[in-house]
Design a protein around this ligand. Structure first.
Ligand SMILES: *[C@@H]1O[C@H](CO)[C@@H](O)[C@H](O)[C@H]1NC(C)=O
Ligand SMILES: *[C@@H]1O[C@H](CO)[C@@H](O)[C@H](O)[C@H]1NC(C)=O
Length: 271
């Protein structure tokens, strides 16, 4: 018995990590279906776009597709977050395709958002156009703990403005991750804040920087002092947490379920 506990200590964070990964890949954060009423031709364009996107996105993390002749043309885009392992990307895109095929059957405009990927199609050609209309905000119901809240807010704001600037650099290919540490005075443990911004690859690096900056600018309105927050648009998103949520994730710093906690969800500017 005594010899099994060190092993368990090693294995437990790994199991938690493995348990956390598939859910981030296959549980949708939000699904949005609009423009109900597809013709048979449009439905066959949708089916063709989905069939084309899934294998190509699984292979290379990003794909766009167009199918059908006007007025039944459908445009699609699918993307995995660039840091996610390949098998999680494939799981996520397969789940996204199933989600839209079932939940959005009959809709001409559909989007689904996951932690690890997104999938979208529409009868309007949205490719290349930064879209900050549909807005999904997920905020942790808890304030940060063990830190001075004003200092936490300053550190988070500084981190995320750096993340937005980095997302605008072409070399980042639409994905910026960064961290900052604060606190640690009087023997207290330091808190690390993890920040991420990412964009769909159809928009330019400059538009990506602007899109992430716009998302970050919503934080003070909804998320001040919160342990974690996400603002998700159709073309980009920004997120910070007090636990590691982007890869590579070291087994020793596996996501802490207490820190992840409960989220409130707010949806704005419905198209
Ligand atoms: C879409 O339209 C169909 C047929 O008109 C209807 O049965 C269905 O309830 C509608 N779905 C939504 C989500 O409005
Ligand atoms: C977070 O902290 C602020 C400032 O102290 C306080 O006004 C607010 O009620 C707190 N919110 C939660 C959810 O604890």
């Amino acid at each position: 018995m005594a010899s099994s506990s060190p092993l368990l200590l090693l294995v437990l964070p790994l199991l938690l990590l493995m348990a956390a990964r598939p859910s981030a890949a296959v549980d949708p954060i939000a699904t949005d279906c609009s423009k109900n009423g597809t013709s048979a031709q449009t439905q066959s364009s949708i089916d063709a776009v989905l069939a084309s996107l899934v294998p190509r996105t699984s292979a290379s993390y990003y794909a766009t597709a167009t199918a059908g002749k006007s007025p039944s043309t459908i445009y699609g885009l699918a993307q995995c977050r660039g840091d996610v392992p390949k098998q999680d990307c494939a799981l996520c895109i397969a789940a996204a395709e199933q989600e839209l095929s079932s939940s959005c059957r009959g809709s001409v405009d559909a989007r689904v958002f996951y932690d690890y990927c997104l999938l979208r199609y529409s009868d309007a050609n949205f490719l290349g156009l930064p879209d900050t209309g549909y807005t999904l905000i997920l905020l942790n119901t808890q304030n940060a703990t063990g830190v001075d809240l004003a200092a936490f807010d300053r550190a988070q704001t500084k981190l995320m403005s750096r993340v937005a600037a980095e997302a605008g650099e072409a070399s980042r290919k639409g994905l910026a991750t960064d961290t900052t540490k604060l606190g640690g005075g009087g023997g207290a443990a330091k808190t690390t804040i993890y920040g991420l911004g990412w964009c769909t690859r159809d928009i330019t690096a400059a538009d990506c920087g602007l899109c992430v900056a716009q998302a970050v600018a919503e934080f003070p309105n909804y998320c001040r002092y919160r342990r974690g927050c996400r603002v998700i648009y159709s073309s980009c998103m920004a997120r910070y947490e007090v636990y590691p949520f982007f890869f590579p994730i070291d087994g020793s710093e596996a996501p802490d379920q207490d820190q992840a906690g409960h989220q409130d969800k707010i949806i704005l500017n419905h198209p």
